[in-house]
Write a protein that binds this ligand. Structure first.
Ligand SMILES: *Cc1c(COP(=O)(O)O)cnc(C)c1O
Length: 473
């Protein structure tokens, strides 16, 4: 198709040809878009829209100045809409890595905002009036809460493991049980991270059984470290044997070696005190003699993305001196949020109320059920007669590898197509329609139905209000 000429002085193209970019840019209907969006963005949107019209010719009405202006403004508004936006996590997985893991308490959000708005003493010792240590923001709190001698913080737990191995075992051997050579979602595999960190993996034992003597036989002049990995996303059951941390530490210390444990989820609270299954804590590992423990900030801890390392002062000092620590360090917003979250742990009586992660994990099923009963009719109305919406019990998961087999009794809204034929396609369309809502709704499809686990629904009114906008084709 011949392209229209760009000069605005030439007569307009025939009605079934798009006008030129230049002509459109000079339309009075577009005038108010320039101050709102800026010249470059408007020009880009005009080009984009005209290209669409050229590729897909329609009737002449779409070349009308008002129609052009409306279409271009829609493109501009779409381009400006945030890509990162809130969603409803109704997947049933509380700490969902794809949906941003832990939700931060208001105290942490306020602390982050304050740290971002004005200069702060991030690396400045206000007492001495000189350069200070970034970790100082949280290391006292971490030591108080875990019983460690020292602590440091990096970007995430993968970075923490990497830093520990790179610092403590370069070109030397790290002994790990074959039962703990885990892969955590997103290509974090212990053998790979070990290699990348420059350490040599020395596997001992078997997948289901590893004994202390397996470790003992592997020790030699090249051994740098003994490592434990919390098997966070699976469980080996049946004929199993693992070496208790205390025994492993006894062996290591007799040989002048240190033990490093990657705990993964790392709760600082005794979850059993809140009616949840027990999850190993860094406190327990340190008490058992582990020299260095790493865990995530945004899993069970309920804080910002971070990797926390606690343990012996001389080991933490070595980590801090590694140039990689500089490359893996966290920003002030992370430290501000982490400090606020750790403060909440100093008051365990109010923790379940204030820390969203714990609040969601301990949410009573009766509460969730009542919410489902209120929302079933509105969802039925939004889905229409082709669907049957029911309230059904389900099991939520903690997620992020924590307590992999522990399940939390919950309740879901379950939508099932009445017609068997084409049910799969209908479910896909319903999922798409829910994702297209202003605040996308993410559920899960199984057992021929769409399940919306309401455990993590905190904004019930917001959810109900947008149901009227559900567009099911
Ligand atoms: C989650 C996890 C990691 C990775 O932690 P991130 O904070 O996601 O980097 C490492 N090890 C274990 C055992 C984990 O569970």
């Amino acid at each position: 198709m011949p392209l229209p000429t760009a000069a605005s002085s030439v007569p307009g193209p025939p009605a079934d040809h798009p006008p030129s970019v230049d002509r459109v840019l000079h339309l009075p209907a577009l005038a108010e878009l320039f101050p709102a969006y800026g010249r470059a963005a408007v020009t880009r949107a005009v080009r984009e829209h005209l290209q669409v019209l050229r590729d897909r010719p329609g009737d002449a009405a779409q070349f009308h100045p008002e129609a052009l202006a409306r279409a271009i403004e829609t493109l501009l508004a779409q381009a400006r809409a945030p890509r990162l936006k809130p969603v409803f996590n109704l997947t049933g997985t509380v700490l969902h890595t794809n949906l941003g893991r832990a939700l931060l308490p208001e105290q942490a959000i306020a602390a982050m905002a304050a740290a971002l708005r004005l200069p702060c003493n991030l690396e400045y010792d206000l007492g001495a009036g000189k350069r200070g240590e970034r970790d100082a923001v949280v290391d006292d709190l971490l030591c108080e809460l875990t019983g460690a001698e020292a602590a440091t913080v990096v970007n995430n737990n993968a970075a923490a493991v990497f830093l520990a191995l790179n610092t403590l075992a370069p070109r030397r051997e790290v002994v790990v049980s074959r039962g703990e050579l885990v892969e955590i979602g997103g290509a974090f595999r212990i053998p790979d991270i070990m290699r990348q960190a420059g350490a040599r993996l020395r596997e001992v034992g078997t997948t289901n059984r590893t004994h202390l003597r397996d470790f003992e036989e592997a020790l030699g002049p090249r051994t740098a470290l003994l490592m434990k990995v919390h098997a966070s996303n699976y469980r080996i059951e049946g004929f199993t044997a693992a070496v208790a941390a205390a025994d492993l530490c006894g062996l290591a210390h007799r040989h002048g070696l240190a033990v490093f444990e990657d705990l993964g989820a790392g709760s600082l609270a005794r979850l059993e005190d809140y009616g949840l299954p027990h999850e190993p804590t860094p406190q327990e590992s340190l008490r058992a003699g582990v020299d260095l423990v790493s865990f995530s900030g945004d899993k069970l801890l309920g804080g910002p993305q971070a990797g926390i390392l606690v343990g012996r002062a001389h080991l933490i000092a070595r980590l801090r001196k590694n140039p990689l620590k500089r490359a893996l360090r966290v920003g002030k917003e992370t430290l501000a949020a982490l400090e606020a979250v750790l403060q909440l742990y100093r008051h365990p009586e109010t923790l379940a109320e204030r820390l969203p992660t714990l609040r969601l994990l301990t949410r009573p099923q009766a509460d969730i059920l009542a919410c489902a009963d209120r929302l079933a009719a509105p969802l039925q109305a939004a889905c229409g007669d082709a669907w049957e919406v029911r309230v059904r019990n389900c099991q939520s998961q903690i997620g992020s590898g924590a307590l992999p087999v522990a399940q939390l009794p919950s309740t879901a809204l379950v939508a099932q197509p009445r017609a068997r034929r084409g049910a799969g396609a209908a479910l896909t369309r319903l999922e798409q329609a829910l994702r297209a809502l202003p605040v996308p709704v993410i559920g899960s499809v199984h057992d021929h139905a769409l399940w919306l686990d309401l455990r993590c629904l905190t904004d019930e009114a917001g959810f109900a209000a947008q149901l009227a906008r559900l567009e099911l084709p």
